[in-house]
Design a protein around this ligand. Structure first.
Ligand code: CMP
Length: 140
């Protein structure tokens, strides 16, 4: 399988509970390498832009409110089959449906406070990485 890059976020519900290190360790233990990382406090405009694909959904307001309620750690992850691997270690969107040992089963509180986000395909990975990082911030 090819070496890929994917985009990951450790969301405010997790950073508020001081889980940045615990979650990053789960990503690293799964074979992913953090090749870029920064802690941001998203503006409403940034959160709305990032999640624009969901803007007609009933939960959009709640999603933006949660994402602007505290710091988020945005990361670029690299590894073999990184996009799928990251989604496997994250677990299902709703932690109630997530497999044992996944990040969301271990740490998430609810579907709205589900601790992490990860890109779902190569196209979205490229877009999401470019939304938060310049090329010079991705250092390997
Ligand atoms: P994420 O992978 O970041 O992509 C979109 C987010 O919207 C998702 O994780 C959830 O946090 C959130 N979300 C999806 N469905 C719901 C829902 N029914 N209620 C509240 N939040 C949701």
């Amino acid at each position: 399988m090819a070496i890929e890059r994917t985009f990951s976020m450790i969301k405010p519900d997790a950073t508020k509970r001081n889980l940045t290190g615990a979650i990053t360790k789960m990503l690293e233990d799964a074979g992913l390498r953090v090749i870029a990382s920064k802690r941001v406090w998203m503006s409403k405009r940034e959160a709305e832009g990032f999640y624009a694909v969901h803007k007609e959904r009933p939960f959009f307001g709640e999603l933006v409110e949660g994402m602007t309620s505290g710091p988020t750690v945005v990361q670029v992850l690299e590894g073999e089959g990184a996009i799928l691997k990251n989604r496997e270690i994250m677990g299902a969107t709703n932690p109630a449906n997530a497999d044992e040992g996944t990040i969301r089963k271990t740490h998430a509180l609810s579907i709205g406070e589900n601790s992490v986000h990860g890109s779902d395909a190569p196209e979205t990975a490229a877009q999401e990485i470019a939304y938060w990082f310049s090329e010079t911030e991705i250092v390997g």
